[in-house]
Design a protein around this ligand. Structure first.
Ligand SMILES: NC(=O)c1ccc[n+]([C@@H]2O[C@H](COP(=O)([O-])OP(=O)(O)OC[C@H]3O[C@@H](n4cnc5c(N)ncnc54)[C@H](OP(=O)(O)O)[C@@H]3O)[C@@H](O)[C@H]2O)c1
Length: 261
């Protein structure tokens, strides 16, 4: 397994960001380092993680990790903890596969979304939870869920169901941990134009992916969500930003989007 553990002493503000090889996760690594955090970036694609860490500098490191694989995640968590304590876990890894109606949707697509968005998030959260709670001042579990976890839309049942589940997981964890030194933050973005998300959803069909954002004046960028992540984590340890719902101005809901023709 390729990985890089930081050489220097771990900072008290040390975060793990999953899904860090692209999009919102990569932007969050950049923003958190700028805000003074030490960050460990997790994802499967080593070349992308390596390039990000080289760009960001010594405050960032990476560990290769497949969150759908128990052994890979366990090994990654051990490598992370060997580098020092962790104060924040940013659960950004996630995906949508397909946009088919319930009547005909692929079981494998649904299974893939559940394995990553729900079980993968649960798996790494469980493994890091004890250490997060031991962090000086307390720790934070943050999830990047989605407005798909608030309002379902046609063709989105599988993705929406997985994001509803992710939001419920965060909410219930928050309730269960009251009195413990733990914050649980749920950031639910609407339309964010990232390079890969829609492309993966539509199996590499660039035309279908581009149509998602066509004519929308200023969809959100990954950096906008990274700003929310950095701001929420930067609040005092005793201030829990329970939920943030953030959309582009042009999007009122998934089905109410203004497009310039
Ligand atoms: N873009 C949007 O409009 C939008 C809106 C609301 C919410 N979100 C949510 O925001 C999060 C990030 O989205 P994004 O737009 O930044 O998408 P993205 O660029 O496709 O990023 C997804 C990340 O997840 C990682 N990943 C995928 N499978 C993995 C696995 N098995 N194990 C570990 N990591 C894995 C990917 O890295 P590797 O392939 O290298 O593993 C990648 O870094 C997702 O949870 C998504 O549901 C996105």
């Amino acid at each position: 397994m390729g990985d890089v553990i930081e050489a220097g002493a771990a900072s008290a503000k040390r975060a793990v960001v999953t899904g860090a090889s692209s999009g919102i996760g990569a932007a969050s690594v950049r923003a958190l380092v700028k805000a003074g955090w030490t960050v460990v970036a997790l994802a499967r694609r080593e070349a992308k993680l390596k390039a990000l860490v080289e760009e960001v500098g010594p405050a960032a490191s990476y560990v290769v990790c497949d969150l759908t694989d128990e052994a890979s995640t366990q090994a990654a968590v051990e490598r992370v903890l060997a580098g020092g304590p962790v104060k924040a876990l940013v659960n950004c890894a996630g995906a949508a596969f397909g946009k088919d109606p319930v009547a005909t949707a692929s079981l494998d697509d649904w299974r893939g979304m559940y394995e990553l968005n729900v079980i993968g998030t649960l798996r790494i959260t469980q493994k890091l939870l004890p250490g997060l709670k031991r962090a000086p001042g307390g720790g934070t579990v943050l999830v990047i869920s989605s407005t798909a976890g608030i309002e379902p839309y046609e063709g989105g049942a599988g993705y929406c169901a997985s994001k509803f589940a992710e939001r419920v997981m965060a909410r219930v964890l928050r309730l269960e941990q009251i009195g413990e030194p733990l914050r649980v933050i749920d950031i639910a973005p609407g339309m964010v134009e990232t390079d890969e998300f829609s492309l993966k959803r539509f199996g590499g069909d660039a035309q279908r992916a581009a149509a998602v954002y066509a004519g929308v004046p200023s969809p959100l960028k990954a950096e906008d969500i990274a700003e929310c992540v950095t701001w929420a984590l930067g609040q005092p340890d005793t201030v829990d930003i329970d939920q943030i719902v953030v959309r582009p101005r042009a999007e009122g809901s998934y089905t109410k989007v203004y497009r310039e023709r």
